[in-house]
Design a protein around this ligand. Sequence first.
Ligand code: ADP
Ligand code: MG
Length: 256
Amino acid sequence: MTQIIALTNQKGGVGKTTTAVNLAASLAALDRRVLLVDLDPQGHATMGSGIDKHALEGSVLDLLLGEKSAPEVMLDCPTAGYSLLPGNGDLTAAEVELLDRAEGRERSLTEALGSVAGEYDVVLIDCPPSLNMLTVNALTAANGVLIPLQCEFYALEGLSALLDTVEQIKDSVNPELAIYGILRTMFDGRNSLTRDVSKQLRDYFGEALLKTTIPRNVRVAEAPSHGLPVTKYARFSRGSQAHRVLAKELIRRLSL
Ligand code: ADP
Ligand code: MG
């Protein structure tokens, strides 16, 4: 069965896009068929996949508005090993246009993915840093959410709003939506605040707190400027290895 996973956290800069790109590449390297969906108007997952967001012939916006089909918009990222539904600034229009719709507006992505998702083992959706209609579309289409966060003092504060949104989506359109994992990014286990926050996360989320942590690693930050996942840019770096371990942890957990 295809697993559709939304990478979400309304806080920016927590590692959603970095995780989306590098997890997509790591799963592909383990022979999983992967589709990455860039649902953020910033288009960073698109750029990080080596695709020029300014030169797109079609984007996820066209899908959401029903103006193009997924195969028409889909791009191949041969080096990274996955397929991409690219996004760019045009997506800011989606928010307005979807809100204008009377009904079904949260199901646009679900419908757009319907015909193609079955061809993949995993679909990863990189969400924008807000709980807007785009994120609602991702949560409606997803089987589960993966929440990247940094172990800092304010990390937990924003989580309750996100968890409330997940509950609302479960109560309304997607009763099976699960929390697939809390992922600690830019992790430094020597830091005592990191250990405190980790403990709080473990107490609250239990098994949903992923064992794998992604260390802060300069190669991870450099890779997007080369349009490559870190697993291709610097495959022996700590950041690259951590993403491969993450892919394996998710493969076991979710039977991917
Ligand atoms: P988000 O998508 O949640 O806004 P990003 O994935 O874009 O977050 O990451 C925010 C910034 O942090 C980016 O500049 C990215 O390169 C950097 N970054 C993310 N993860 C790491 C890491 N493990 N090590 C070093 N830098 C990282
Ligand atoms: Mg991002």
